[in-house]
Design a protein around this ligand. Structure first.
Ligand SMILES: [Zn+2]
Length: 135
């Protein structure tokens, strides 16, 4: 049986979107890791190259952190699908618009709550906010 959400959308569609996205992220992470190993093998060890290598490593780690965060967001969203709470804003309990879920299937908040949270974050308040990567 397919569960239907308040806004008339099927959980299954989102589950597929989320699983596909998680696959993409995992694939790009392992591709990057492979590239990193290869480039390390033929890096000559003089100092200039070393700092360049550190820089690349930093970018790699930074990117990985974003990917890991995204994977966690996706896992959370899949869990909400299991519990039947997917597509509802965690802040105000209103349904999140289909348009937003299409763009960001792992969205936890509706647009206005997300904006409030972003505004609070901009003021330096510690908020548990996921930086929505535009990709
Ligand atoms: Zn909300």
């Amino acid at each position: 049986m397919v569960k239907t959400m308040k806004n008339g959308l099927k959980f299954d569609n989102y589950r597929k979107m989320l699983e596909k996205k998680a696959d993409e992220v995992r694939r790009s992470m392992s591709a990057q890791k492979a590239a990193q190993v290869v480039s390390r093998l033929d890096v000559p060890s003089d100092e200039g190259d070393l700092s360049q290598q550190h820089h690349e490593e930093w970018i790699f780690l930074n990117r990985n952190t974003i990917d890991i965060k995204l994977l966690r967001e996706i896992a959370d969203a899949l869990e909400r699908i299991e519990h039947g709470t997917y597509g509802v804003c965690l802040e105000c309990d209103e349904p999140i618009s289909a348009k937003r879920l299409e763009a960001v299937p792992w969205a936890r908040y509706c647009v206005s709550c997300q904006e409030n949270i972003a505004a609070r974050a901009a003021l330096g308040e510690p908020v548990d906010e996921y930086e929505e990567a535009d990709r």
